[in-house]
Design a protein around this ligand. Sequence first.
Ligand SMILES: [Zn+2]
Length: 253
Amino acid sequence: MIASDLRNGVERLGDMIAEASTIVPFTGAGISTECGIPDFRSPGGLWTRNRPIPFDEFVASPDARDEAWRRRFAMEPTFAAARPGRGHRALASLYRAGKIPAIVTQNIDNLHQISGVAADHVVELHGNTTYARCIGCGHAYDLVWVKQRFDEIGGAPDCTVCDEPVKTATISFGQAMPEDAMRRATELARHCDLFLAIGSSLVVWPAAGFPMLAKNCGAKLVIINNEATEQDDIADLVIHYDIGEALGPFVGN
Ligand SMILES: [Zn+2]
């Protein structure tokens, strides 16, 4: 059922939130655009101008690693300046109220954590770009260290523990999905009574599967996205309006 206007959508969403005891949000790029984080996949987005570097290329080629890190450093002012938007803050309010056990996200921007959700309660399907990890032993590095090493040696640094390459803690194209995050996201979708798909076009696997899974396990499904999604026809409520406008009324309860 598509909300006839924003006010109608917010009212019905409010009723569904009030009735629900366990809400699982699933968030995509659309929740962070008002925070200044570009949607990398959108037409004109970063990935249409800069071909993403696949994981096997990153592993095989020092030049690819240097290029990947140069791009990441160029994005740092954008990520460092980003603050949670109304969507993040509304979900953080519902989390504090005990309605949301954890948030599943496709985003890599750390904004759910900054909004006050414990890192353990943010299930990141595509990892996190605000720190780095060794691809061999998994040792974590902060980006300041990576930048300093890069400048000292003139290229992408290797792990000080095992000598393997250090990469942002994101999931690249061609890299396996994180098993633990996938398992947790599946469990959350199966055990909620309200599933909120927010700011995702719900096309790319595995995002496409979670709304249907939640529905099949008895949850109500709400989709909030600027544009139509592939899953609109199975949703109990669809809000095709700005995410900040739709979730703003739920900030701060
Ligand atoms: Zn290592």
